[in-house]
Design a protein around this ligand. Structure first.
Ligand SMILES: NC(=O)C1=CN([C@@H]2O[C@H](COP(=O)(O)OP(=O)(O)OC[C@H]3O[C@@H](n4cnc5c(N)ncnc54)[C@H](OP(=O)(O)O)[C@@H]3O)[C@@H](O)[C@H]2O)C=CC1
Ligand SMILES: [Cu+2]
Length: 528
């Protein structure tokens, strides 16, 4: 059978097909050629990585002949350094690897040449500033190009090294969907994990990332430190100033272990309290659409970090407790027996020794061990890769139900330790004891949880979270014109038809964090 075309029409058809394939291949090839403007640290590292991943690279420099192309570096053999003009002409995707203060001088003459090309902005700001991002400014300068923010969170070192320890996420934002996807494919080819951040407006968030130092941990760590200091000072007052219960030699482990336990306990309560406060707010406002106050928003957002901090403190507490687990350190945890040596000249000689653990010691240990086990499960499931294996119901069951169970067991642990003293000392001394004081917040948290579990209250909260709007003045005043939260295509909430720029953080919090207890995940806006 002949594969040759039979008629003239067939020949034309065949030729058109070949031409089309050729054009597509050329286009593809042009896409495989990446232009980089700049020959600095980042440009060189990026060029190496691209070459290693099978891309062709053209570097565009102001002085191409003066730039050293060292043959000693394997990467550099296939890199051509040309003028900026040539670099732009020969590639459809161009990385702008020059500092943003030089953009105007370097790129303005090529605005027309850069038209319809994908421009990757890798720049970083020197410090946190308000207002438009670098990428938005670049888009303004090159209004007919497709500017994509990407790779700014990857350092030149990470770009060069295949084994560096930093995150391999690349956050991508662009107003053009195709450009965003092309850069996502590119980052995948280079061995990074693309994270789609939507429209170019979100470059503001992406540019903030390399400038921040553990932004999510500042509040939880600061707060934990403050709580620890308060408990420590109180413990010193109780055990050294008011009465001398211990010698100063025991301040390092025996005494420190108490505020550690109390801080872990308080922080654990603080992890679960805000969800009940959020529910109170929603009942008070009669709607889920009224935004939470800033402090509650921050608190809700940092529950994971608070929980992990509580786990860390509890872990240290467990180690210290094991170290001092002896009748000498924990007298009230052990039974006392006496060795009596028969009468001699004057009287009997009595030697008290402690042997078995008392019920208090055993019960406190058991409650503590199970609570710590539960905390370990909570900590492990908060790791993203583990959490991803769970469905919404399983995750909620662990984080909410098991979490409150752990808090209850921790309360038992502290109450068992403190109650014999509370009974003996009477109400006045009880209210001042460290065990009682530290139990107050967890008791409130568990009480609120119990209230919100009652069918008629939980049913009402559920209805509010499913969209019920109580027709009260308060709700009308606060929700006026804001009927439902709508996400625009740029992942920002639209309020009254306008984008709520400042409400972005709060909005996310209300989506993710009002959680919590009563609903099935049916899609983003139904989460609350
Ligand atoms: N270094 C890093 O780890 C990272 C850098 N970035 C970003 O990458 C961009 C480049 O950074 P980096 O490579 O470190 O910077 P360098 O200073 O090492 O390189 C900048 C390059 O810009 C070119 N350039 C163009 N116009 C000018 C001009 N008017 N004055 C001076 N230089 C000019 C120069 O190349 P030539 O002389 O050949 O024209 C120069 O090599 C920046 O926006 C930075 O924020 C982002 C993430 C990490
Ligand atoms: Cu303890």
């Amino acid at each position: 059978m002949s594969i040759l075309p039979k008629s003239g029409l067939d020949i034309i058809y065949h030729l058109t097909e070949v031409l089309y394939i050729q054009r597509t291949m050329n286009k593809e090839n042009k896409h495989r050629t990446i232009g980089i403007i700049g020959t600095g640290n980042f440009a060189q590292a990026f060029a190496c990585r691209l070459l290693q991943s099978g891309y062709d690279v053209i570097l565009g420099s102001r002085k191409p002949t003066e730039r050293m192309v060292s043959n000693t570096h394997d990467c550099w053999c296939n890199i051509s350094i040309t003028t900026v003009d040539e670099c732009i002409k020969n590639s459809n995707t161009i990385v702008v690897a020059i500092h943003n203060k030089h953009w105007s001088d370097t790129l303005s003459p090529f605005v027309e040449l850069l038209k319809d090309k994908i421009i990757i902005d890798v720049s970083n700001k020197k410090c946190l500033t308000k207002g438009p991002s670098n990428a938005e400014q670049l888009q303004k300068l090159l209004s007919h190009s497709l500017v994509v923010k990407a790779f700014n969170v990857v350092s030149a070192y990470d770009m060069e090294s295949q084994t560096s320890g930093g995150s391999h996420n690349v956050y991508i934002a662009s107003d053009n969907f195709v450009a965003r996807n092309t850069v996502a494919d590119l980052s995948r080819d280079l061995g990074f994990t693309p994270k789609d951040y939507g429209v170019l407006w979100n470059a503001r968030k992406i540019e903030k990332m390399p400038l921040q130092l553990f932004p999510e941990w500042k509040f939880p760590i600061g707060f934990t430190f403050l709580v620890f200091i308060i408990w420590y000072l109180y413990a010193i007052f109780i055990y050294f100033v008011e009465k001398t219960s211990y010698s100063w030699e025991q301040i390092f482990v025996k005494v420190t272990n108490k505020p550690l336990c109390m801080t872990a306990f308080t922080i654990l309560a603080c992890t679960y309290l805000p969800s009940s406060i959020a529910a109170i707010f929603q009942i008070y406002n009669g709607s889920k659409h009224v935004r939470f106050p800033g402090w509650l928003d921050t608190w809700l957002r940092t529950r994971k970090q608070l929980g992990l901090t509580a786990f860390t403190l509890a872990f240290v507490h467990v180690i210290m407790s094991v170290l001092i687990m002896s009748p000498t350190y924990l007298k009230s945890w052990y039974h006392e027996t006496e060795i009596v040596i028969p009468k001699n000249i004057t009287s009997d000689l009595h030697f008290p020794i402690r042997t078995w653990m008392t019920w208090k010691g055993e019960a406190a240990c058991l409650a503590g061990i199970i609570a710590f086990l539960g905390l370990c499960i909570l900590a492990v499931t908060s790791i993203k890769s583990v959490g991803d294996q769970l469905n919404w119901r399983e995750w909620r069951c662990i984080q909410s139900k098991l979490g409150h169970g752990v808090l209850l067991l921790s309360l038992c642990h502290v109450v068992v330790m403190g109650s014999p003293y509370w009974i003996k000392a009477g109400p006045l001394k009880t209210f001042r004891s460290i065990t009682f004081l530290s139990s107050v917040l967890p008791m409130i948290t568990l009480f609120l949880k119990l209230c919100f579990s009652l069918p008629f209250i939980s049913g009402y909260v559920k209805r509010i979270r499913h969209g019920l709007e109580r027709n009260s003045k308060r709700c009308k005043a606060k929700c006026s014109g804001f009927q439902g939260t709508v996400l625009d295509t740029k992942y920002r909430p639209i309020v009254n038809g306008k984008r709520e720029l400042n409400g972005f953080r709060t909005f996310e919090a209300s989506l993710e964090d009002t959680d919590i207890d009563n609903c099935q995940c049916n899609g983003a806006t139904n989460l609350v």
